[in-house]
Design a binder for this molecule. Structure first.
Ligand code: PMP
Length: 370
């Protein structure tokens, strides 16, 4: 609250420009040596208001791809491994096991490399080669399971994690990121407070896609604890189950994927334990073309290579900017970076092979679905 009073709300463009100049001037030199772990979090907030459909509405994005393993998931890996060690569940000599669409795998692999654990990560065939190679590069084992199998199928990546852990009690520690309460808690403890501070409490909307639901639930919970009026809007790929669960009220037991999508790390085939539906105020859906077109547009115009879920988030933020009141400040996240998808989103032949060649033109906001 003290900080909030000390820094008046953003009112005019000149105000914002001055705040940005002050933020730059007040930045520490960052010239004191740090450890890898200390590189996690405290990411910059990027102004992308040029994508707003209303000149009186701001769009800001947290550059989560700047975390050391290249994604937002470093925040949960650090917190989950730290808490598991503190509780005694994870002991020296044990092997850490994690089912992942790739980013949590790299984050866990990094955390294990730093702390001397062996690790096994299980992903599926949809995961880009770049991400699979990165998970191996830290020195552990990667299992690639089939994609598109039902959530109750024994080859589903989450079931493989559960089976490996059940078969090796006391020697394997399962991260269970989809149900681990320390997942959302990591965002409640770090990402939420950073957004609150970086906007001096001016944030009015938080937009994020979900897979485990940790980002949207933990960050949303924190922001609402500071200001109950903050609205949390979930971005979801068309076909994912969150939309049916949140918008149509289909029970978690009855949801099923209605159509597959190419975006990685976002959208889900079942409702995870980490997902807190009570935090969600609204949803925006987007398809692959919306997300990838946004990625290509941002690459060409703003010099940033974004991952597909960041493209979806910015698409959703742009759609939302046309719906909200003047003066709104929409904050979203860029979970990872496009270098992980050079063979996909930024490869015209791949886009063509998926019937998504329109995305190469970079013309975002194709099909708003609010
Ligand atoms: N984007 C990307 C690229 C991801 O890897 C993930 C996590 N799988 C998300 C978004 C979604 O984050 P969360 O699991 O916190 O819902």
């Amino acid at each position: 609250l003290m900080e909030r009073e000390a820094q008046p709300a953003v009112q005019t463009e000149a105000d914002l420009k001055q705040k940005q100049a002050e933020a730059r001037a007040n930045q520490p030199d960052n010239n004191y040596p740090v450890t890898t772990g200390q590189l996690i979090g405290s990411t910059p907030l990027l102004d992308l208001s040029q994508y707003s459909l209303n000149e009186k509405v701001k769009i800001f994005a947290k550059c989560e791809y700047l975390n050391p393993s290249g994604s937002i998931k470093d925040r949960i890996a650090q917190h989950i491994i730290g808490q598991a060690e503190a509780s005694g569940e994870l002991k020296p000599g044990m092997t850490v096991v994690a089912a992942t669409s790739g980013n949590t795998g790299a984050a866990i692999a990094m955390a294990c490399a730093l702390r001397g654990y062996d690790y096994i990560v299980i992903t599926n065939e949809k995961t880009s080669k770049e991400k699979v190679d990165a998970m191996r590069a830290y020195g552990g084992e990667v299992i690639v399971s089939p994609s598109g199998v039902a959530p109750d199928h024994p080859d589903h990546y989450q079931n493989i994690e559960n089976r490996l852990c059940a078969e090796n009690p006391g020697t394997y520690y399962g991260v269970d990121q989809y149900n681990n309460p320390y997942n959302a808690e990591a965002y409640e403890a770090t990402l939420g407070p950073e957004i609150w501070r970086q906007t001096s409490g001016d944030v009015t909307h938080f937009v994020a896609g979900g897979s485990t639901g940790g980002t949207v639930s933990g960050t949303g919970r924190y922001l609402k604890s500071e200001n109950a009026d903050v609205r949390v809007v979930m971005a979801d790929p068309k076909g994912s189950v969150f939309w049916d669960h949140v918008v149509k009220g289909v029970s978690a037991d009855d949801v099923c994927v209605s159509k597959s999508w190419e975006m990685e790390g976002v959208g889900k085939d079942s409702i995870p334990g980490c997902f807190d539906i009570n935090v969600i105020d609204g949803m925006v859906r987007g398809n692959d073309e919306d997300a990838f077109a946004m990625c290509r547009e941002v690459a060409a115009n703003d010099g940033l290579l974004l991952g597909g879920s960041a493209g979806l988030n910015l698409h959703a933020a742009r759609v939302l900017s046309g719906e909200v009141d003047d003066g709104s400040v929409i904050v979203t996240v860029f979970p990872d970076n496009g270098v992980k998808y050079l063979s996909k989103i930024y490869n015209d032949s791949w886009l063509e092979s998926k019937g998504l060649e329109g995305a190469a033109e970079g013309n975002g906001a194709v099909s708003p679905d609010v």
